[in-house]
Design a protein around this ligand. Structure first.
Ligand SMILES: [Zn+2]
Length: 209
């Protein structure tokens, strides 16, 4: 079985290197964060909150680790079936894949799960790599629609499938925490290739629900 190894590139070339923040910059950010949290009403300086500005910054840094790219290489494998001629359009659907992202409008989390489906061409990819792909784009400041489009486009580039379907369902804390729409969940879909066929889309959505 011949493996093909593909490097997972982040979408923005400028962000292809892991982020580095100089210690003096970090100290300044920590001071800024302390000022903001204090102004909002958090009593800093108690045993529980003394390190909160630092912890909050670290948490944000980790939550946006998608900007560091993914140094792990992705291995794809030949599809185990005979020649492409007459091959049935069998869907590979993976999910739910849990994800958390930060809404770029409010910098608050939205979180939920993804279903990723594709109809293989010459190559397939493992489930763990699909999870890696979802994380690469979700651990950023983003919007749900773009997240689905990026996952779909990158999977197309990685395995050159006949088609790709991505369904994301998420709760957005920026609406829930402010009491706008407390229990709403937002669903988005992205389709590529043969998924322009309504029957395939229905089949995917049945599998994803
Ligand atoms: Zn928002």
């Amino acid at each position: 079985m011949s493996e093909t190894v593909v490097e997972l590139k982040p979408a923005a070339p400028a962000l292809s290197l892991p982020r580095e923040i100089a210690p003096e910059d970090w100290a300044r950010y920590r001071g800024n964060m302390a000022e903001i949290l204090d102004a909002l009403g958090l009593p800093l300086g108690t045993p529980g909150t003394r390190d909160t500005p630092e912890r909050f910054l670290r948490a944000l840094f980790e939550a946006t680790s998608g900007y560091d790219g993914d140094p792990k290489l992705v291995t794809t494998f030949p599809t185990e079936s005979d020649a492409a001629e007459g091959r049935p359009l069998a869907q590979i659907v993976e999910g739910p894949i849990a994800f958390s992202a930060l809404c770029e409008h409010h910098a608050l989390p939205f979180h939920g799960h993804a279903h990723v489906g594709y109809i293989a061409g010459e190559r397939i990819i493992g489930i763990s790599k699909l999870t890696r792909l979802v994380r690469l784009f979700s651990r950023r400041f983003t919007v749900q629609e773009r997240l689905g489009e990026q996952i779909a486009d990158t999977l197309v580039a990685l395995v050159e499938p006949e088609g790709v379907a991505v369904r994301l369902e998420a709760s957005h804390l920026c609406t829930q925490m402010r009491g706008v729409e407390e229990h709403s969940r937002t669903t988005t879909t992205a389709w590529r290739g043969v998924y322009r066929d309504a029957e395939l889309r229905r089949e995917f959505l049945d599998l994803a629900r």
